[in-house]
Design a protein around this ligand. Sequence first.
Ligand SMILES: Cc1ncc(COP(=O)(O)O)c(C=O)c1O
Length: 385
Amino acid sequence: MFAERTNWNLAGNRLSEALARHRAGGKRLFDLTASNPTECGFAYDTEAILAALRHPAALHYEPNPRGLESARRAVTEYYSARGAAIPADDIVLTTSTSEAYSFVFRLLCNPGDELLIPAPSYPLFGFLADIQDVKLVRYPLVYDHGWQIDFHSLQQAITPRTRGVIVVNPNNPTGHFVKEKELAKLNELCAAREMALIADEVFLDFALGDARRVTFAGNPGALTFAMSGLSKIAGLPQMKMAWVISSGPGELKRQAMERLEVIADTYLSPNAPVQLATAVFLAQRHGFQKQLLARVRRNLAELDRQLAVQEVCSRLEVEGGWYAVVRVPAARSDEELAIEFLTREDVYVHPGHFFDFATEGYLVLSLIAQEEEFAEGIRRVLSAV
Ligand SMILES: Cc1ncc(COP(=O)(O)O)c(C=O)c1O
């Protein structure tokens, strides 16, 4: 009855079942996986957000495959504040970064074509690829006083069916940014092998240090699709507004935009009220980002304080984003460890294997969890390890 691409194993895993039991039992939960910014106690400019949704122009339908020009101009202003000049015509608005990925996968890949994805990284890619009939091939990130792309393995992973390389900048959950030299190598590789670069920059604004960070938006060195949206940068995932920016060698980019426009025109996904409110939503990002970064810094400092008085666990370097990776003894699987923390300590953490870490011995913690909950959760985890 159903397409093979939907033959997913939908049975819950042991951890999700343990979590469901925990919740059903009504027990207290120290949730160190929290990633929904609207549930983490941040103060939003609620008046401005709600007022923006009442724009009178929302009573008119003005279909535009790339999205309303006023919203695209707001996106160009976001980039010009970062020092990148992005023409509004190179932007296609979508309802989420996930939708932007699916448009780009459709643009680049025939069924069975391959895309390279980083490991460890964000676990959504598997489903996105299945739905678009794309095969994902992992390229490793290696940790040696900070994360970096293993270019040797990346090159070995390329086959005649490889259509592009996905980068997450900064990556979730490793929190590392792509460096200038890595960008130059990626450009060289992709341009030489007729592959595209697909850059997910939803966490771009959440850098912890002062170093200037590379953005792929407007990257001229290879055909590039840079994606971001309001979910993270403005803390408004419920508004469903994101975008993809095409750049690269002139003729390739022109053809890509022409085709992308047809894909977008087929759906015309973003709704008028949210598009008309996008400039206001983006303007309120500064207050949100300030609170979020302060939270991330305080939680990271608390984690370091608690790690400093024991010798069993350590954390990996974090350059940005909302997560910390903690190295734990690999005597048991990460999943068993996470289940034990949940059942005995009432603490929920993500095991590393959820993000495709190559070995056992890693836990992923959300740095946007509320501070008291975070501190108590860490205390319980470290005393139980
Ligand atoms: C790296 C990364 N990309 C994309 C997304 C999803 O963004 P959107 O809500 O715009 O689909 C997430 C959500 O957690 C993410 O971590």
